[in-house]
Design a protein. Structure first.
Length: 429
C-alpha cells in the first residue's frame, strides 16, 4: 500500500471531496431532471390521451422505475466497489448515467411512435436508477475513507450537496429552456436540451474523478488479501440487521425530500395555481440554501453526535409538514416561498449526518455493498412511492392533511430506527 505523508493525504482528501461532490451533483442532475420532467412535461408528451390525473400518475409510474432499479445498482456496483475498488465503480456509474440521460432526450413523443415512447422512457429511467444506485456508496466512501474520524460527518456531507446542486441545475436548465421558447416549442423540443447537455457534464466529472487515488482502506484490504469474495451475499447474511435499519432510517428523510422537491411541482401548479417557472424558481432557491445547510449539519454531527442530530431532525419532521402545507395553502406568494425555503434545512437535519452514520455501520469488506443496499432499498419503500402516494391522497381526500399525516408516520418509523441502529460500530475506517 502506498504511504502518503500528512500533506499528501490532506491533498488527496480534498480531491476526493471535490470528486465526490461534483460527481454526485452530475448524477443527481440527471436523476432530478427526469423527476421534474415527469411532473411538468411527460404527461403531455408521452401520455396525451389520458385525463390529467391519469397522465400524471402514469408519468410518475415511469419515474418510480428509477427507484426500483436503484437497489439493483447498489448490488451490482457494490460488488465491484468492494472487489475492484471505489474509484472503478464511480467512473462506471457516471458513464452509465450520462448515456441513459442523453438517450431519454432523444426519445420520440407519443405522436411519433405511440406507447413505445413511454417504453423507451422506462428503459432509460431503469438505467438511470442503476447508475445512481451504485453512485452514492462510492462517492461517500471515497470521501469517508480519506477522512479523519473527527471530521467525517462534515467531509461525508459534501457528496450529499450533490442533491441540492443537481436539483438547482436540473430545475434551472428546464426553467431556461422554458423561458427561451414558446409553450409549444418547449414541449416539442426545448425540454430535450437539458437532457442532451448531460454529456458535457459527464465529461467534466470523468476528468475530475480519474485524478483521485484509491482509498487507503481499500488498498490495505487488497494488500492483505482481505477483500470479500462475494460482497452481496456476505453483506446480506452477516449484516442484514443494519441493512434493514438503514433502509427504514431513511424513510422520513427520503419521503420528505421527494414531496418537498418533486410533488410540490405538481401541487404548486395544479392546486395552488402557480406558474411553472415560479414554482421551479422557489424550489431552486431552497436548494441553493441547502448547499450550505447540508455541510453545516454534517459539521454539527461531529460535535453533538450523528444519532442525536438525526433524532432531532425526525422530531421536527413530526410537526413541520402541517406547518408546510398551512403556509402553502394560503396561496400567498411570500408564504409559499417561505414554506418551500424552510423545507430544505428541516430535511437537511437528517440528511447532513446520514452518510457518516451509514458508512460507520458496516465493516470495510462490505462497506460499499452494505451501505449502498440499505441506502437504496429505501427508494422502493420511501422515495419512489412518495409523489405517487401524495398524488393519490390528495386526489382521494381533496385535502393536504392526509399527506402531512403520511410524512408524520414516516418520521416515527425513522425515529425508531435511529434508536435501534448501533452507533459508530465500525467508525475506525
Amino acid at each position: 500500500m502506498e504511504t502518503l505523508d500528512p500533506t499528501a493525504r490532506r491533498s488527496q482528501m480534498r480531491r476526493a471531496i471535490v470528486a465526490s461532490a461534483v460527481g454526485t451533483s452530475i448524477e443527481w442532475y440527471d436523476f432530478y431532471l427526469y423527476g421534474s420532467a415527469a411532473a411538468l412535461i411527460f404527461p403531455h408528451k408521452f401520455f396525451p390521451s389520458a385525463d390529467p390525473f391519469v397522465g400524471t400518475l402514469l408519468s410518475y409510474s415511469t419515474y418510480f422505475v428509477g427507484f426500483v432499479s436503484r437497489p439493483l445498482g447498489a448490488a451490482i456496483f457494490g460488488h465491484f466497489g468492494d472487489r475492484l475498488g471505489r474509484k472503478v465503480s464511480l467512473i462506471a456509474t457516471l458513464m452509465l448515467m450520462g448515456i441513459a440521460t442523453a438517450g431519454i432526450g432523444l426519445v420520440p413523443g407519443y405522436d411519433r411512435i405511440g406507447i413505445w415512447g413511454a417504453v423507451l422512457l422506462t428503459v432509460g429511467r431503469l438505467l438511470q436508477g442503476i447508475g445512481v444506485g451504485g453512485e452514492w456508496g462510492g462517492s461517500v466512501l471515497l470521501a469517508a475513507e480519506w477522512s479523519e474520524k473527527r471530521h467525517r460527518g462534515f467531509v461525508t456531507s459534501w457528496p450529499h450537496i450533490g442533491a441540492p446542486v443537481g436539483l438547482v441545475l436540473a430545475n434551472g436548465a428546464l426553467a431556461l429552456a422554458s423561458a427561451y421558447s414558446t409553450e409549444q416549442g418547449f414541449l416539442d423540443f426545448a425540454w430535450r436540451i437539458p437532457f442532451l447537455a448531460s454529456l458535457i457534464l459527464i465529461a467534466i466529472g470523468l476528468y475530475i474523478r480519474t485524478g483521485v487515488k484509491e482509498t487507503p482502506a481499500f488498498q490495505k484490504m487488497r494488500q492483505e488479501g482481505q477483500l470479500a469474495t462475494s460482497p452481496v451475499p456476505e453483506a446480506v447474511r452477516g449484516h442484514w440487521r443494519p441493512v434493514l435499519l438503514v433502509m427504514f432510517l431513511r424513510t422520513s428523510q427520503q419521503t420528505a425530500f421527494f414531496i418537498f422537491t418533486n410533488y410540490i411541482l405538481q401541487y404548486g401548479t395544479s392546486a395552488l395555481g402557480l406558474a411553472r417557472g415560479t414554482i421551479l424558481g422557489y424550489v431552486s432557491g431552497a436548494a441553493v440554501f441547502s448547499m450550505f445547510t447540508v455541510p453545516f449539519f454534517g459539521w454539527l454531527s461531529d460535535r453533538i453526535g450523528r444519532r442525536r442530530l438525526t433524532a432531532i431532525g425526525c422530531v421536527v419532521m413530526l410537526v413541520f409538514p402541517f406547518i408546510w402545507f398551512g403556509l402553502l395553502n394560503t396561496k400567498v406568494a411570500s408564504l409559499v416561498f417561505l414554506a418551500i425555503f424552510l423545507s430544505m434545512p428541516v430535511h437537511d437535519m437528517q440528511y447532513g449526518p446520514q452518510a457518516a452514520l451509514i458508512a460507520e455501520s458496516f465493516p470495510s469488506r462490505v462497506r460499499y455493498t452494505g451501505s449502498s443496499l440499505g441506502y437504496q432499498l429505501s427508494s422502493i419503500t420511501a422515495g419512489g412511492p412518495a409523489p405517487i402516494v401524495a398524488l393519490f391522497l390528495f386526489q382521494t381526500f381533496g385535502s393536504s392533511t392526509p399527506i402531512a399525516i403520511y410524512l408524520m408516520v414516516c418520521s416515527i418509523i425513522s425515529l425508531v430506527c435511529v434508536r435501534l441502529l448501533p452507533s459508530g460500530q465500525y467508525d475506525e475506517l
